[in-house]
Design a protein around this ligand. Sequence first.
Ligand SMILES: Cc1ncc(COP(=O)(O)O)c(C=O)c1O
Length: 388
Amino acid sequence: MANAAPIKFASPLIDDATIAAVGDVLRSGHITSGPWVARFEAALSAFCGGRPVRVLTSATSAVEVALQLLGIGEGDEVITCGQSFFTVLNMIVKQRATPVFVDCDLATRNIELGRVAARIGPRTRAIIPTHWPGSLVDMDALHDLARAHKLRVIEDAALVIGSRWKDRPVGAFGDLVAFSFHPNKNITSIEGGALVCNDADEARQVEVLRFHGIERQPDGTRDVAFPGGKFNLPDVNARIGLAQLERLPAFLAQRRRLVDRYFERFVTDPACVLPPRPVAGDGQSWNMFCILLPLARMQMTRKEFRDALAVRGIATGVSYEALHLSTLGRRFGYRRGDLPNAERIADATVTLPLHAAMTTGDVDRVCAACAEVLAAHPSESRSARVEQ
Ligand SMILES: Cc1ncc(COP(=O)(O)O)c(C=O)c1O
């Protein structure tokens, strides 16, 4: 065990055929956005039930462009969840709009939709929910709420490409949907992201916004009416993303096997809170496996727990910090105690390794290491199964 290979936090699977295909793109002489971007977009569009999709350099740029597309700016409010990655907070503030945080459900970690209506006011323009792996936001309730209050929705689907809602994949319906192809996501293009749009006009506006804001004029000259960004995905990345999309079902099946194994083997400390257990045929994809440590009753800190796993060759993460308590979030008047579930998750989460390059034997090792560390530093009581 001491000499076992380290278990990385993420490890994308790029096969030899993809590496050869990238070589072909490099030799073609056309390496920035070109025919492979068009093919990747067409494949993503087919995956999303024919809705137009435009690729960008990240999910972050997709969210930024989505906010610009909706004309969201100073004086506008955007409702989002306090438990998510910095992207949503940053991009709302970058547009000079105001983030309005709602707490998440402690088990699913998704925005508590029941609390959203109370935060909607005359300046509210949009909702940005982050879908959590294993448990999508309730899409019917989300879009009913948005329609009732005439709000736009930008789904942060960075973690969940391949998840399904009532037999339709995320992205195939709804409003604007952002995906990430960062190396620790379900598929990768090294860096990359995509925005699913409602119609050809929105897709055309995204093309303008992702490339300097340039509009081509009938006389062959160019103009900008808006300071656009530079978020176009190169063909090299698109070629990788296209090859990865073909392998998505296999990647998701392996991730699901590993999650099932976590649920079989992670029986070490009943006071640890695991994610909601998946049920057969639920259509959910799994990008991360996050546990909540019973910190108040443990004789060690989360840092010590993670360090002890690192010594055993196991990399972990802390997804995510509480956005409202970041220095940027606090600028909008938030303080500790405002969103108790997001805060508890932010304090006690450990994200265990989960990626398609892992084996069930790796999961067994992670579970055994967690058991060993927790046994060496027992919590005072092991009776409570889930303290929710
Ligand atoms: C929930 C969530 N949203 C958005 C992003 C941003 O993705 P990208 O790195 O492609 O910008 C991430 C990245 O980790 C994420 O976890």
